[in-house]
Design a protein around this ligand. Structure first.
Ligand code: ADP
Ligand code: ADP
Length: 542
């Protein structure tokens, strides 16, 4: 037995080599007999950003509800009435004592950014500026609106905003409050890299300059690295139990997480290590070209938006990473390849069958997941399809659920599966990382790569998560320009040249972590940052 349950583990939980100290104690909270149990709590700290890294369903929201004073944790005694006195007794002499005393006296005020921003228009009916005005408790709102680039949409009704706009509005609305404790559940979905970095900077300023406590759950590891001062890893068995570790340094925490082994806890959380390579991982397999295309251009209306595309070649069975800001013409190019949009200049003598997973997934039908997927492929249910598509995307448990009951992350996995299940010349996945937790990103990355290799499939992946692009792509296509006005698509390049192009435009440099080779964003103006900029090595410092 693992010590959590009296008898044999009913969850087939991960192998527990050595029972960590957290699990030898009673849980912080248990929802009921055989219900989810949470072990350990994160420690909010004034003047600092505390990160939490771990899968969904592991108790992060439960922990926050306790820290926010919305729920008195029962210390595992779900039959008795829970009291703050008992909680305080448990945490006396620990880093949480002061904090819990203040929660007990109802002195802690909180502001919270929800995980699924797409739900906001359902709860708030009105114009964006009305929602925002009510949050301006520190006189900072105008600055946030300006720096997050949402000024153009403040007069629009909320239900007309895109996901990326809603994400930034929700962030401004949360940070503008004057509270003790800020809880941010994922800040990056639908944001491009520039927007992600800006969001991270605003949050750091709030903690540092206003001495606020911020707790952030984030699955984009490059941004988490930039954002947090300390890190709690959350692990366990989603839906069964979760353990929040003691705080670690961010660097160590992410490295241990990638390794799959937590040293202090002596706990293996994943059988395999996630590996990055210092240099471009794969030489482009110079396989047969899938398509050669000439220079192209396209504009909408009377030139409100125009796109120029440099001609190039896409090879069979390569994974082409596509990076660039939102609104720069990426899906316009995909539509031209598909033949559904005619270029104004340049001619395409091919028409590709494209399987397309859009950025905003619209599959809200009262239809079961299994019925939906079996309508797409005859392979549905075969052991081959299960091994290649369903298992790596963890669809087993949600097959019988309805599409319109799925969470954002579940819907994303179904949409990726639907796309890969089609029979197509080219698979285009727009932001497959959105709403996937960090473990699911790793698994989705593996599924997409394996699919490309085993099917000689050509895949274009548009994503803003640098780790995902680094792990996935053979080559890179870089878009730049002025979003919503003019876009330019470069010819596909090797990873190294492509990343340099992309990052020099953003003025961000990455170094490689010495231990794990994972990319880490350099502090602007640091020695390394200046040195790399001088030598034009924005990504692969040698
Ligand atoms: P996370 O924020 O990490 O996704 P949550 O704290 O929301 O996780 O949930 C952890 C687990 O606790 C989930 O399996 C969830 O179903 C369960 N849970 C949450 N609230 C309740 C409740 N009121 N009663 C029983 N189980 C709950
Ligand atoms: P991305 O995929 O990079 O986010 P898109 O190709 O979707 O960018 O859009 C680029 C720009 O073109 C955006 O400003 C968008 O509003 C505009 N646009 C897209 N489709 C149309 C259309 N059918 N008519 C007019 N403008 C459009």
């Amino acid at each position: 037995t693992c010590g959590i349950c009296v008898e044999k583990c009913p969850f087939d939980a991960i192998e527990i080599i050595n029972l960590p100290t957290e699990l030898q104690e009673d849980p912080v909270h248990r929802y009921g007999e055989n219900a989810f149990a949470l072990y350990g709590l994160p420690v909010p700290e004034s003047g600092a950003v505390t990160g939490i890294l771990g899968p969904n369903g592991i108790g992060k929201t439960t922990a926050v509800r306790a820290l926010a004073g919305e729920m008195v944790p029962n210390l595992g005694n779900y039959d008795d009435e829970a009291t703050w006195e008992a909680v305080l007794e448990r945490y006396r002499g620990t880093e949480l004592q002061n904090y819990i005393e203040r929660v007990r006296e109802e002195k802690v005020t909180i502001a919270r950014k929800p995980q699924y921003v797409d739900q906001i228009p359902k709860q708030f009916d009105g114009v964006t500026s009305e929602l925002l005005a009510a949050t301006d408790e520190r006189g900072k709102l105008d600055e946030y609106v300006e720096r997050l680039g949402i000024a153009p949409v403040v007069d629009q009704p909320l239900d007309t905003l895109s996901g990326g706009e809603l994400q930034r509005v929700a962030l401004a609305a949360t940070l503008a409050r004057d509270r003790d404790f800020y809880f941010l559940d994922e800040i990056t979905p639908y944001l491009d890299i520039g927007q992600r970095v800006t969001a991270a900077r605003l949050i750091r300023e709030l903690a540092e300059e206003e001495d606020k406590a911020v707790l952030a759950v984030e699955h984009d590891l490059a941004i988490l690295d930039l954002l947090a001062d300390t890190l709690h890893i959350a692990y366990g068995e989603p839906g069964a139990y979760g353990v929040v570790t003691d705080p670690k340094s961010v660097r160590n925490g992410i490295n241990e997480y990638l390794k799959g082994y937590l040293s202090n806890e002596n706990m293996r959380i994943r059988p395999d290590e996630i590996q990055f390579h210092e240099h471009a991982p794969r030489e482009t397999t110079k396989s047969a070209p899938l398509v050669d295309y000439p220079d192209l251009s396209k504009s909408y209306g009377d030139g409100e938006f125009s796109l120029d595309v440099e001609g190039g070649t896409i090879y069979q069975s390569e994974v082409l990473g596509i990076v660039g800001p939102n609104g720069i013409g990426k899906s316009t190019l995909a539509q031209m390849f598909a033949g559904s949009l005619e270029p104004d200049e340049g001619e395409l003598d091919f028409r590709l069958d494209i399987a397309y997973k859009p950025q905003y997934i619209d599959i809200d039908q009262p239809m079961r997941v299994d019925a939906f997927l079996s309508s797409i492929t005859e392979d549905f249910g075969t052991s081959y399809w299960k091994t290649e598509v369903a298992n790596p995307l963890q669809l087993g448990r949600i097959m019988e659920r309805n599409l319109d009951d799925l969470s954002g992350g579940e819907r994303q996995r179904v949409a990726i599966a639907a796309c890969l299940s089609e029979d197509a010349d080219l698979y285009v996945l727009d932001e497959p990382s959105a709403h996937l937790d960090v473990e699911q990103r790793v698994q989705a990355t593996t599924a997409i790569r394996r699919y490309a290799e085993n099917h000689d499939a050509t895949v274009m992946v548009i994503d803003h998560d640098i780790y995902m692009i680094d792990l996935l792509a053979d080559r890179l296509m870089v878009f730049d320009g002025e979003p919503s006005e003019h876009g330019h698509a470069g010819t596909p390049q090797e990873m190294r040249a492509g990343m340099n192009d992309f990052l020099s435009d953003l003025d961000i440099t990455f170094r490689r972590d010495e231990r794990t080779q994972r990319p880490r964003i350099n502090k602007p103006g640091s020695q390394l940052d200046s040195k790399q900029k001088r030598s034009g090595e924005y990504y692969y410092s040698s």
